[in-house]
Design a protein around this ligand. Structure first.
Ligand code: HEC
Length: 111
């Protein structure tokens, strides 16, 4: 009985540490929308919805983190190279792939 209780408690603890996935919508709005538009349709930056949003995850991550597009070409300024920067909510820590993936997933929901 006691063992079961401990096992269940441990599982619950693990589940709460793994916790919620990053909020792609909030991350996008805070860090990307100013250039790519509230709805990802582009502004000073190119549209992402229906374009880069459809790239393979690895290519999208590479573009956002390292500033290299799907053709292997460097992305020009002012597109930030996010591996050398930080999302507003991350207080100086470079973005994780999970955060970038969450942004791409959010872009998928936009039409
Ligand atoms: C300060 C403006 C600015 C911000 C902020 C910005 N971008 Fe960009 N982004 C650009 C510009 C300009 C380009 C085009 C660069 C080029 O063509 O060389 C670009 C290009 C891209 C591309 C490649 C698109 C393509 O079709 O080639 C992706 C993907 C991208 N941005 C994602 C993001 C994401 C995700 C964020 C937020 C985490 C973000 N950008 C924030 C300006 C910005």
């Amino acid at each position: 009985m006691k063992r079961t209780f401990i096992a269940v408690t441990m599982l619950w603890l693990c589940a709460s540490v793994v916790a919620a996935p990053p909020d792609g919508k909030a991350l996008y709005r805070e860090n990307c929308a100013s250039c790519h538009g509230q709805n990802g349709k582009g502004d000073t930056g190119p549209k992402l919805v229906g374009d880069a949003s459809e790239w393979k995850t690895k290519l999208f991550e590479r573009a956002v983190l390292n500033g290299i597009d799907d053709q292997g070409k460097p992305l020009k300024s002012p597109m930030p190279h996010w591996s050398r920067a930080s999302f507003k909510s991350d207080n100086g820590v470079a973005p994780s792939k999970a955060e970038v993936d969450a942004i791409q997933q959010y872009l998928h929901t936009l039409k």
